[in-house]
Design a protein around this ligand. Structure first.
Ligand code: MG
Length: 401
């Protein structure tokens, strides 16, 4: 049988709203009308991913058999000798997810069937509640509860809070200032207020976003233990993960980590040592469905659940990939959901729908999602130096965003 091959690969960029510069890969095959889509979005450095695809990854995959996902993934990763990193992983993910989409279309099955079939019919999602003060935060949590959400992330004033005291030294540079200690106090107050207001029937989450010192993360995880969070996210920066041992020794707050990870070495020992409860890698950032499937199976052996990263800078195609993993994984934990605006459903027909706190697949073959390229082209990506990631501590020194 003559293999179906990769004839052409298009890299589609679009910035439909806010600062989300999305990168979508469209793999077009030798079979007329057969193509697949993959997410390659690294919004902060999207030009670099486009260049990696156009100059390096695509020339290698052109003409190859679309069925050989494992072979293409592994060879694409070692072909550059230097492996991983957000640019290369995302570029490879674009091809990988598109090939899973194509394999599903060839099999006339949704991707979750190829992975082993459904363990559940809908994936429970969590959404983000925020507010300027504890009352506004609680109001927003209750609004989500009224829409059927049962898992809600509670923040106040965004990551790190908005409570940077104006105590910067003379001549300090501009930037997005935050005060780690003030953030800790205020986040704890917000979580306590929300728990007292809404009771125990709702699952609460919180994202520290690696904004505090490791020893403060230990203290914070202990302080929120009585509030029984579903999980505490990114209590530590990837550079500080050895501190997870200290948190584990002192409390039973469930811990989630992973959106910044590039390399399996970053999560492997955390899972093996049961230092975290949820892996939440960004599926395109780790290289696509193929490595995510492997990580999910690895985590299952150790009793660790999945909670794939699901922000608005994961493209709708990436969210579809998340969903197929969610429906299949026996050790699925929760799915982050960014609540795309309605017009995104026109640009990406088949974008997963969320009803009453669950995300559903449309059961079409492959990933079940498409892109209206003409509509996407109406929103070209803008070049701008990002502001929100220019984060600084009160004394003006640079900090992790
Ligand atoms: Mg996060």
């Amino acid at each position: 049988m003559t293999p179906i091959t990769i004839q052409e690969v298009k890299v589609i960029t679009t910035q439909p709203y806010a600062a989300q510069r999305l990168v979508i890969v469209k793999v077009i095959t030798s079979e007329p009308g057969l193509y697949g889509l993959g997410c390659a979005t690294f919004t902060q450095r999207f030009h670099a991913v486009v260049a990696a695809l156009e100059h390096h990854v695509i020339p290698y995959v052109l003409g190859k058999d679309v069925q050989r996902i494992e072979d293409l993934w592994n060879m694409s990763m070692v072909n550059s000798y230097w492996r991983n990193g957000p640019v290369l992983n995302n570029a490879i993910s674009g091809i990988d997810q598109a090939l899973w989409d194509i394999k599903g279309k060839l099999a006339n099955m949704p991707v979750y069937q190829l992975l082993g079939g459904k363990c559940r019919d809908g994936a429970a999602v969590y959404v983000h509640a925020d507010g300027a003060d504890v009352h506004e935060v609680a109001d927003n949590v209750q609004k989500f509860m009224a829409e059927g959400y049962r898992y809600i992330r509670v923040q106040m004033g965004g990551y790190g809070g908005k409570y940077a005291a104006n105590i910067r030294p003379e001549g300090a540079q501009d930037g997005t200032y935050y005060d780690p200690k003030a953030y800790m106090r205020n986040a704890l107050k917000a979580l306590e207020h929300v728990r007292a207001t809404v009771g125990d029937e709702i699952e609460l989450l919180h994202d520290i976003h690696e904004r505090i010192q490791p020893i403060d993360a230990v203290a914070f995880a202990k302080a929120v233990e009585p509030l029984k969070l579903f999980f505490l996210e990114d209590a530590l920066a990837p550079e500080d993960i050895e501190w997870f041992t200290r948190i584990r020794e002192q409390c039973a707050t469930p811990l989630a980590m992973g959106e910044l990870f590039n390399n399996p070495l970053e999560w492997r020992s955390l899972v093996e040592r049961r230092l975290i409860d949820f892996i939440r890698m960004h599926v395109s950032q780790m290289g696509g469905i193929t490595p995510a499937r492997n990580a999910a199976i690895f985590a299952q052996v150790y009793g660790v659940r999945t909670a794939w990263h699901g922000p608005a800078d994961t493209s709708p195609v990436g969210h579809a990939a998340n969903l197929h993993l969610d429906l299949w994984s026996p050790n699925f934990g929760i799915q982050e959901w960014c609540r795309f605006p309605e017009f995104m459903y026109e640009m990406f027909p088949g974008l997963p729908e969320v009803r009453n706190g669950y995300m559903y697949a449309n059961d079409k073959p492959g990933l079940g999602i498409d892109i209206d390229e003409k509509l996407a082209a109406k929103y070209p990506c803008k070049d701008e130096v990002l502001q929100w990631t220019q984060t600084r501590l009160p004394d003006g020194s640079p900090a992790r965003p």
